[in-house]
Ligand binder design. Structure first.
Ligand SMILES: [Zn+2]
Ligand SMILES: [Zn+2]
Length: 273
C-alpha cells in the first residue's frame, strides 16, 4: 500500500497536504482502534434490508466503541506536523475531545452516521476524516470485501455497512466479462452493483450515460449520467485499489467531472476540504 501511494504522490504533489492528513491520522487510528468482534454470516446478511450501522443492534456497540476511542486517538494527534491552516483546527478538536462527555461523543458518531456530525466551531473536514476513520477501523476486514457482499447478494446503491452512497466504482475482470462494484469512502467497503446504469438515480438509458477519460490515466474513467447530472469515478484495473479506490487520492479527477458540469454525490470530501 505505502509504495503505491508514495509513487502516486510523487506524480501529484498537490495532494501532499491532504495525504499527510489522511495517512497520518489513519495510521494513528489503526494503532488505537481495533475491529469489533462482529459475527455476521452470509445467510444473515442475505436477509438484511438496512445497512448494519443503521440498525440499532449494530450501531449502538459501534458508537460506544468509537466514543471510547476518540479521546485516545486525539491524544496521539498532538505531534503531527499539520499544514498551518489546520493547526488551530486540530487544537480545537483536541480541546473539545477532552471536555466532551461520553454521551456527547456518542451523539457525535450517531449524527455522523446520519450524514451530519458537524459541531459548532470545529472544522467539518477534520471531524469527518477522523470520525469516519474511527468507524472504518471498527469494521472487520472480512465485511469490507466485495466477495462477502457478492455472496450476500447486496446490490443496492448504498454501503451495506454504513449506508453511505459510493464515490467510486470498480470494474473487475470476472469469468464472463467485467462486473461493477461500488466503493464506500466512509468505511471502504466494496459491494456489487449493476454493470450498466447510473449508481445514483438508476437511469439505464445508455443514450443518457457517457464516459469522460482523463488524459494519461487509462486506469481511471469517469462515468457521467445526464439524467441526474452526477458522475462516479471508476477504476478499471486491478492492483492499485489503495490509490484508485480512495477519494482523496483521486481528487484531481473530480475537477474533470465538475468542469464538465456534473456533480459529485456520496461524499463530503470535495466541498469541505
Ligand atoms: Zn460504508
Ligand atoms: Zn443518474
Amino acid at each position: 500500500m505505502e509504495k503505491n501511494i508514495h509513487a502516486h504522490l510523487e506524480k501529484h504533489p498537490f495532494l501532499a497536504e491532504t495525504a499527510l492528513l489522511h495517512m497520518t491520522v489513519a495510521a494513528r487510528v489503526k494503532e488505537v482502534v481495533k475491529p469489533l468482534d462482529w459475527e455476521l454470516t452470509i445467510a444473515e446478511a442475505k436477509t438484511m434490508q438496512t445497512p448494519l450501522l443503521q440498525q440499532k443492534k449494530w450501531q449502538q456497540p459501534a458508537v460506544e466503541a468509537a466514543a471510547l476511542a476518540l479521546p485516545i486517538v486525539l491524544e496521539t494527534l498532538g505531534d503531527i506536523e499539520y499544514p498551518s491552516r489546520l493547526v488551530e483546527a486540530v487544537a480545537a478538536f483536541r480541546t473539545w475531545g477532552h471536555k466532551a462527555d461520553k454521551d456527547t461523543r456518542e451523539a457525535f458518531f450517531v449524527q455522523l452516521l446520519q450524514g451530519g456530525g458537524n459541531l459548532p466551531e470545529l472544522n467539518p473536514a477534520l471531524l469527518g476524516i477522523l470520525g469516519w476513520q474511527i468507524l472504518e477501523a471498527l469494521v472487520p476486514a472480512k465485511l469490507k470485501e466485495h466477495e462477502f457482499w457478492q455472496a450476500a447478494s447486496w446490490r443496492k446503491n448504498s454501503c451495506p455497512i454504513c449506508g453511505r452512497h459510493p464515490v467510486l466504482a470498480h470494474l473487475r475482470k470476472e469469468k464472463e466479462g467485467r462486473a461493477r462494484f461500488l466503493t464506500c469512502d466512509g468505511c471502504h467497503t466494496e459491494w456489487p452493483f449493476a454493470r450498466v446504469g447510473c449508481a445514483y438515480c438508476g437511469n439505464e438509458d445508455l443514450t443518457q450515460m457517457h464516459i469522460l477519460e482523463p488524459e494519461g490515466l487509462p486506469a481511471m474513467r469517469i462515468d457521467v449520467c445526464d439524467a441526474c447530472k452526477s458522475y462516479i469515478k471508476t477504476y478499471n484495473e486491478e492492483g492499485q485499489e489503495d490509490v484508485y479506490l480512495t477519494d482523496w487520492a483521486t481528487l484531481h479527477l473530480d475537477m474533470l467531472g465538475e468542469e464538465a458540469g456534473f456533480t459529485k454525490k456520496g461524499s463530503i470530501l470535495l466541498e469541505n476540504s
